[in-house]
Write a protein that binds this ligand. Sequence first.
Ligand code: TXE
Length: 483
Amino acid sequence: MNLSSTILNYINGELVKPQNNKWLDNYNPAIGKVYSQIPDSDEADVNAAVQAAEAAFPAWSNLSRVERSNILHKIANLIDANKTALAEAESTDNGKPVWLATRVDIPRASDNFRFYANAILNFHDESFPMDGKHFNYTVHQPLGVVGCISPWNLPLYLFTWKIAPALVTGNCVVAKPSEVTPMTAFLLSQICIEAGLPKGVLNIVHGLGHSAGMNIVKHKNVKAISFTGGTKTGAVIAAEVAPKFKKMSLELGGKNPNIIFADCDFEKMLKTTLRSSFENQGQICLCGSRILVEKSIYEKFKTRFVEEVKKLKVGNPKNDDSRLGAIVSKPHFEKILSCIELAKQEGGNVLCGGEAIKGEGECAEGWFIEPTVIEGLTQNCKTNQEEIFGPVVTIQPFETEEEALQLANATEYGLAATIWTENISKAHRIAAKVESGIIWVNCWLVRDLRTPFGGMKQSGVGREGGMHALEFFMEVKNLCVAI
Ligand code: TXE
C-alpha cells in the first residue's frame, strides 16, 4: 500500500498524473496543514478515462456474473487485509476518529463489494406466459460506461456503495471521489490493480466538481450518473443530465427529525441520540439534527442530554477516547461556525458548545468544533430549515402527535427520521406520516444493504441499495415471442 503524498489518477489500469500537470492541495484537517497533492484533472483526463472504459466494456460485460463476482470478492478481501492503512488514511483525510473509520467506514467498504458480488448471483429476470399463444420474458443488460461521484463525509463507504453494483452488473466506471477526501480512493486503485481488475474497467479521476466532475456528467458516452452530495450540486447535475435522458440517482442532503415521545425507553434513547446527533462530527446526512421532544419530558431530556453532550471528548482523531475528531475542511469549519452565529441571531439559546476548540499538540492548528445544542428557535428559521452538516443540533418541544408530525415534515428535505416510543401502534402511525425515505424506530443507522436507500423531496431522486442499485445500473427489456 503506497501512501504516497502524490495522489494519481487511475486510468486504463495505470496510476497516472493529470495531463495538464496541475495539482491541488489536500489537507489533514486535524493539523490544518497540506499533507498531499491531488490531480486537478480536466476534460482531457475524463476523456481518457471514458475511452479506457469503452475499450474495456465488451470483455468485461461478456464475463459471467460468477467471474465478475469473484473479482469483487478479491477486492473485498484486499480491503479487509489493508484495513488499518485504509482507516488511518480515511481519518487523516476526513478528520474522523480512527476508531470510527476502523469500525464503520472501512468494513462497510468491503461489505459493499461482498454484498453486490453475492447479490448479482441472486438477481433474476421474469417471464410472463400469455394463454399459450405468446411468451414474455425480461432481459437485463448493462448500460455501458457509467459515472459515480461521491462526497467527503464517508469517503470510501459511499464511493464503493456506487462502484460495486455498477461493476458487478457488467458496466465500466469513471468515478470521482471528493477532492476533499481523495486518499482512500487512491488506495482503492492500488487494491484493484492487485486484485487483477482488468484495465479500464474502473477509472478514478481526481479533481474538482465543476471541472473533473462536470466533465463526467457531460460526457456523451457516459450513460448514467450516480451522485451523492449536496442538494444544490444535485440540482446542477440534474439540469445537465435530464435533457440528455441519462439515468440518474441523486442522494442529497437532509435535515432529519428525531422524534422523542414520553413513553420511550429513555436511557436507550439518550445513548443513541448522542450518536445520531454527533457521530462523524455530525457530518452524516442521516444524522438527526432536529430533536423534537414531547413536552412532558422536555426539561428532563434537556438536562440529561446537555449533561452527556458536555462529556463528549473532541480531540486528536488518532486517540481512542476522541468521540469527535476534526471538521473536514477550513471552509466547512467556518460555515458551521457561521451557522451557529446565525442561530443566535435568530433567537437561539446555545445550551452547550457553540465554539471552536483549539487542538492540543500536533492538532494545535486543526479545525475542531464543540458539540453544540441550541433551543428556543422557531421551526421556520434558517437554522431549522437548512442543512448545517456539522456537530450542531436544535431541540424543541411538541405537545401532540399532530404537532410532532407538523414539525417533522416542515422542511424541504425528506431523507431520514427516528422515532422513539415503546407504543408500537404509535410508532407505525407516526412512521406512516413522516415524509422521509428512511425511518428508524427505537434505533439509528441500522443498515441492511438489501433495503432501498434514499430520500424524498429535496433529499434526492432514486434509490440505492439492494436490488435497486443493480436495477439502476442495467437496462431491462421485455421480449414477447409468438409461440
Ligand atoms: O457535497 P458536494 P460535499 C450530502 C450532505 C452534504 C454534502 C456534503 O448532506 O450536503 O453531501 O458533501 C462533486 N458536477 N450528503 O460537500 O459539494 C464534488 O467534487 C459534478 C448526502 O462533498 O455536493 C464531490 O465529489 N460533480 C448523502 C461531490 O460532487 C460535482 C450522504 C459532492 O460534492 C459538481 C452524504 C458538479 N457541478 C453526503 N460539484 C446522502 N443523501 O446519502 C461538485 N461535485
